[in-house]
Design a protein around this ligand. Structure first.
Ligand code: ADP
Length: 306
């Protein structure tokens, strides 16, 4: 559905997107996850055709975004972080307005409205002003407005940012529903738990994809083992591990410390060596299944250590 080759974009000294190449397959949900400033919005704006890349080429459905932006827009919807809902129009009026903007006839909008209310559960609120909706409902209305023209590809820029956890779960249910209908979805997020829900995910950092793959592939591909220890003094232990420089990023969770090791077999001996001089005790290191967040932190800190 999307092919991008050597795409770059800079703004006055910042390289927002740096020589990026990737593909998104038809019918998948592809997540772009990364911290603020990683370049996610810039990338999505380029794929949607509203921002031209400095270098490289992007094709959507086999069509070059730059040479034929109008053909692209028929099949694509882009929901930016601040989607331009009209707050002084009702839910229904917004849907009609955006439908008309996308060239959908009034009759077709009326036919499609019912389905949009059903999936978004906005039906009971159709006469409410958009400005009076909750954050989660506004995002659902934004999505509904993007879907009136039945796009085959939707690009969502941090659609659940600042949305409460219950509404976030509901929003993801809607995305899976769209996926079941064959819509291809690209979604950016700063939430690592959302990245776990994607078919494939790219971890974006400083304008690059540092790793791309299925969440389980990324976890397996890291090639290191995550271990957890519960030392007698967690603060002292954390400082000692960092000082030793032998271990990667160290995550503290309550009284436990987690970190990746190359050789899980020797880890207890190595830890004892670091701790014994400082009078810290730690039981046996326990193996843990890493989350994507653990892997992302490890990959980024590995890059910074090099
Ligand atoms: P993200 O969506 O991951 O938070 P962005 O794509 O918004 O990242 O930003 C990537 C980098 O590009 C940041 O350093 C940001 O400040 C810069 N940037 C983005 N848009 C502009 C712009 N219009 N003008 C100047 N700098 C920009």
């Amino acid at each position: 559905m999307i092919h991008a080759l050597n795409v770059s974009k800079g703004f006055a000294g910042t390289r927002a997107v740096a020589d990026l190449s990737f593909s998104v397959l038809e019918g998948e949900i592809f997540g772009i996850v990364g911290p603020d400033g990683a370049g996610k919005s810039t990338l999505l704006r380029m794929v949607s055709g509203i921002l031209p890349p400095d270098t490289g080429r992007i094709e959507v459905g086999g069509v070059d975004v730059r040479t034929d932006p109008f053909r692209i827009k028929e099949n694509l919807a882009y929901m930016p972080q601040r989607f331009g809902l009209y707050e002084d129009l009702t839910v229904e009026e917004n849907i009609h307005f955006f439908g008309r903007v996308f060239g959908v006839s009034r009759r077709e909008i009326r036919e499609r409205e019912k389905g949009l209310y059903e999936f978004s559960r906005l039906g009971p609120f159709r006469d409410r002003l958009a400005g009076k909706l909750s954050g989660g409902m506004k995002q659902k209305l934004g999505l509904a407005c993007c879907l009136v023209h039945r796009p085959r590809l939707i690009l969502l820029d941090e659609p659940t940012n600042g949305v409460d956890p219950v509404s976030r779960r509901e929003f993801w249910k809607i995305l899976y529903g769209l996926l079941a209908e064959g819509v291809t979805i690209v979604v950016s997020t700063a939430y690592l738990d959302e990245a776990e829900r994607c078919n494939r995910v790219a971890l974006m950092y400083e304008g690059r994809f540092v790793v791309t793959g299925r969440p389980d592939e990324i976890k397996a591909g890291i090639g290191r083992t995550l271990v957890e220890i519960r030392p007698s003094d967690v603060w002292k232990a954390e400082a000692a591990l960092r000082e030793s420089g032998e271990f990667g990023s160290i995550i503290r969770e309550g009284n436990a410390l987690r970190f990746f090791v190359d050789d899980a077999g020797r880890v207890d001996a190595r830890i004892r060596k670091v701790f014994s001089r400082r009078g810290i005790r730690a039981g046996t290191a326990e193996r843990k299944v890493p989350t994507l967040e653990n892997c992302f932190m490890e990959i980024i800190s590995g890059g910074e250590r090099r």
